[in-house]
Design a protein around this ligand. Structure first.
Ligand code: SAM
Length: 282
């Protein structure tokens, strides 16, 4: 019944035309108007029954429709551009009260306070603020989300999910993988978006690690990884020298006390090595 009502809405292309929803580049607007694709993304987060979804930047609502069709308990969309509100309200009218529309900046919206658990964050994120939002959600304590399904530029998705030794491996991978299991589900070519961005995208799926496996101090871990990867081609003892000095400790003592070879290069070390460095420093 609900599915039928969502499917009876005019097509997204018609909605964009009817409400004159041209893309605003400043707000990172690239729309997914292919409902097969939005459905494929929503299904990465199934089961959605019982889950409360926060969707950042719904735009004309393609992903929003797919989340509702796949039986999300509730969907809260946070959109900065008020031009989309009438199209979103049309979806709300056939959603059986499952859609809440928030107009504003998602960076200022507290998902944990406004949505009941279990919560999932599912979004085609604006390029300009996507990484910042991800870092806010990853460093939140305690983690308030049960799953995230997020679309980024492919290059950012690779930096989140990279393994040691890969060129994309760095601070973002260490931080994200210190609290969550992360993987790239699939790529989306630039031509799938309206208008097409300059680069391809990818969808990542993140699930929190068991509580006792989550590294507890991401702030310190962030500082250590920033120092270590600041000079990623150097040996650890060189790249961490300045940071150790600021903390009045001997760099070799610190690295050896963390059971790491001081001659290792940061890009080859596992996530656990950076956690050891941070824990020893503490
Ligand atoms: N979800 C839609 C889709 O897939 O077709 C649109 C995705 S588009 C890449 C990003 C959306 O995020 C735009 O609708 C834009 O207006 C919105 N947006 C940009 N910055 C935002 C912010 N800080 N808070 C909330 N929404 C934002």
């Amino acid at each position: 019944m609900e599915n039928n009502a969502i499917h009876s809405l005019p097509s997204l292309t018609e909605v964009v035309r009817e409400y004159n929803l041209g893309a605003n580049k400043k707000l990172g607007q690239h729309f997914l108007l292919d409902m097969n694709l939005t459905d494929k993304i929503a299904r990465l987060a199934t089961p959605l029954e019982g889950a409360h979804i926060a969707e950042v930047g719904p735009g004309p609502g393609g992903l929003t429709r797919a989340l509702l069709s796949n039986l999300a308990e509730s969907v809260t969309v946070i959109e900065m551009d008020e031009r989309f509100l009438p199209a979103l309200a049309d979806i709300g009218r056939v959603s059986n009260d499952r859609l809440s529309i928030v107009k504003g900046d998602a960076l200022r919206f507290n998902i944990a306070e406004n949505l009941p658990a279990p919560r999932k964050i599912i979004a085609n994120l604006p390029y300009n603020v996507g990484t910042r939002m991800l870092l806010n959600w990853v460093t939140a304590t305690p983690l308030f989300w049960d799953q995230m399904v997020l679309m980024f530029q492919k290059e950012v998705a690779e930096r989140v999910c990279a393994a040691p030794g890969e060129s994309a491996y760095g601070r973002l991978a260490v931080l994200c993988q210190s609290v969550a299991a992360c993987h790239i589900a699939f790529d989306i070519p630039a031509r799938a978006f309206t208008p097409p961005p300059k680069v391809d995208s990818a969808v990542i799926v993140m699930r929190p690690l068991a509580k006792e496996q989550q590294y507890p101090d991401l702030k310190l871990l962030g500082q250590v990884t920033q120092a270590a990867f600041g000079q990623r081609r150097k040996m650890l003892r060189a790249s961490l020298k300045g940071f150790a000095k600021q903390h009045n400790i001997d760099v070799l003592d610190w690295i050896e006390a963390s059971n790491i070879d001081p001659r290792a290069r940061p890009e080859t070390l596992p996530v656990s090595a950076f956690q050891s460095l941070a824990s020893t420093l503490k």
